[in-house]
Design a protein around this ligand. Sequence first.
Ligand code: TXA
Ligand code: MG
Length: 327
Amino acid sequence: MTTTLFLSDSNSDIQHAATLINQGGLVSFGTETVYGLGADATNTLAVQKIYKAKGRPSFNPLIIHFSDTDHLFQFVQKTELALELSLKFWPGALTLVLNQKLDNPVKISPVATASLSTMAVRIPNTHVARQLIHYSKKPIAAPSANSSGKISPSTAQHVFQELNNKIDAIIDSGPCQVGVESTILDLSTDTPKLLRPGGISLEQLIPICGPITQSQPIETKIIAPGQLSSHYAPSLPVRLNCKNVARDEALLAFGQPIEHTGLCKNLSITANLEEAAQNLFAYLRFLDIHGKELGLKRIAVMPIPTSGLGLAICDRLTRAAAPRLNK
Ligand code: TXA
Ligand code: MG
């Protein structure tokens, strides 16, 4: 593949990107959560390129992105709860797993859904993402635009550092507003299941859904039953809930920082969880790169509450700290 094209978020650049999507290319674009790596979800060859560029195992299905609910519900079964949630949270950081409709003449590639009978769907909340889908007139399969298992990208530069020469284009629309991936809620069975905490909090969902059970995401179930697999992982090991920092550690602080004279980033000095989520992936990358340059051995992370967006932040950090099983 030739050098990755850097595009702006002007309408003409988005139109150009849509042409690349229609030609079976890979385009990274900003959503409100993280940057996605998009391809035409109906084109198997294009979807296969996503798995190759990311080094992603083929059993791990992708989220399919739409620009409007009418188009989306042509592909998946509309339940009462799905409709209610879609009205409240779309466009936005919520992904719903729903049963596929089998009678739709347009088929999503089974490579994108890992041949499951369900499909993960969402409508992202950025102009760029929705225009790209609108101009290409295609549902877009898009995982986060990072190498499989690594830290998700919240800026176009993060994508470029990792995927340059492996993808056709990146549309730069600035840093992502939410900073952590969408919440994934499985509505394909009787009780709603939280598969991944994310940009929409449990506190926001429960008044509409009632009780929500928590379950392991599909990839974790398959890779390491009963265990957390390493994901969102910097190359330096991560130590959680630290109350002190060693000299050979970088510090990822939250709120009033503990005593440390070395390398440090504070997710939010005012202990604001929205600000912390926005900064999370960029600061993890920063500490990883500069910590390694300085010969540090670990990233120590201060305790973070699990309420609101804290649940998603703690989930990502726990996976970043998990044993590196498959590496
Ligand atoms: O915020 C986001 O969701 C971002 C942006 C780009 O939209 N996308 C994202 O995609 O985080 P990815 O591929 O990094 O994570 C998608 C997750 C995976 O854990 C996958 O296993 C799960 O969604 N998934 C996809 N289809 C599924 C299905 N039918 N049933 C259960 N889990 C599914
Ligand atoms: Mg991802």
